[in-house]
Design a protein around this ligand. Structure first.
Ligand SMILES: NC(=O)c1ccc[n+]([C@@H]2O[C@H](COP(=O)([O-])OP(=O)(O)OC[C@H]3O[C@@H](n4cnc5c(N)ncnc54)[C@H](OP(=O)(O)O)[C@@H]3O)[C@@H](O)[C@H]2O)c1
Length: 283
């Protein structure tokens, strides 16, 4: 089982649980996080390897899969978990910011998937788990690029589900909603977004309200990285898992209202429910 972004949050919980359940786990982290990861006290063994992997780096992706194919019987389960989230209105994103968001959450995972597929198809067995998000089914202001990356992941995974079914290779999209974790501390900011949050800016109210809103919801969320990891493993082990798996109660709720409310009503309700919306656009 190969897990990307395993140095914290959901990836770390997955690595621990996978190991406990007897999987042979390859947990990867960016070079800059490796020493922190190693200091967590999970000793490497025949069943637990820690390897450097920046999912945006083609050389690292290829070297890792080549090593696993050559010395460790390849990858049976790939969990594309690594992800970043920009908090930015679309107007404040630069092209470089957009590219980093897409490379990390979509292009890198797709490239890694392409590397493991030949062997999975040859064996006619395998599982690709893509950790998506509620943001992959609905977009919110200041999270547009994050949502775009997860929508892309969702679209490609859906196509892949059809393409791989004849080969008995499963594809699953796991959609967590708000998770009680420190992930909001890892938010990426654009230069313009950061100064809009703290200073005078046309978009100040957007950032100030969305920032505290998301932090509050993550703080009170029942779901934890451990509960998401359990859901992921249950999904991997279930022969009949659907393509999309809601991993939190709010994900179930949002997928229902997204599906069943008429779109005009849905967008209108969500708009009116945005935090501090009466102040937006008033500067
Ligand atoms: N937490 C939530 O509320 C939530 C909700 C919905 C979906 N998700 C999704 O769940 C996944 C895990 O998120 P999390 O909550 O566990 O967040 P997290 O604690 O911030 O973990 C993200 C992980 O991704 C790694 N990462 C970032 N960029 C990378 C890159 N270029 N190459 C390799 N690894 C990279 C990070 O490594 P470093 O330590 O090196 O930065 C970190 O280990 C993400 O895909 C996220 O979008 C999370």
């Amino acid at each position: 089982m190969l897990i990307t972004g395993a140095s914290s949050g959901i990836g770390l919980a997955l690595a621990k649980l996978g190991l406990q359940r007897g999987y042979r786990v390859v947990a990867t982290a960016r070079k800059s996080s490796l020493s922190r990861f190693r200091s967590l006290g999970l000793p490497e063994s025949e069943n637990f390897l820690i390897r450097p992997l920046d999912v945006t780096n083609a050389d690292q992706r290829e070297a890792l899969i080549a090593e696993l194919n050559k010395h460790h019987h390849g990858v049976d389960v790939l969990i594309n978990n690594a992800g970043i989230a920009y908090r930015s209105v679309i107007e404040h994103m630069s092209s470089a910011d957009e590219l980093l968001q897409m490379e990390t959450n979509f292009l890198g995972p797709m490239a890694l998937t392409r590397l493991v597929l030949p062997r999975m198809r040859k064996q006619r067995r395998g599982c690709i788990v893509n950790i998506s998000s509620v943001g992959g089914m609905m977009a919110m202001p200041t999270m547009g690029s994050y949502s775009a990356s997860k929508f892309a992941l969702e679209g490609a995974s859906e196509a892949l589900w059809y393409e791989l079914r004849p080969w008995n290779v499963r594809v699953v999209l796991v959609q967590p909603g708000f998770v009680h974790s420190n992930a909001f501390r890892h938010i990426y900011w654009t230069h313009r977004g950061k100064s809009a949050l703290t200073g005078q800016d046309d978009y100040h109210a957007y950032y100030a309200n969305m920032e505290s809103f998301v932090e509050r919801l993550m703080g009170i969320a029942h779901a934890t990285p451990d509960s998401i990891a359990k859901k992921v493993l249950r999904t991997i082990e279930s022969a009949h898992a659907p393509l999309r798996v809601s991993a939190t109660a709010d994900a179930v709720f949002f997928s229902w209202i997204r599906r069943f409310l008429p779109r005009r009503l849905y967008h209108g309700l969500l708009y009116r429910g945005l935090p501090g919306i009466s102040h937006w656009g008033k500067n």
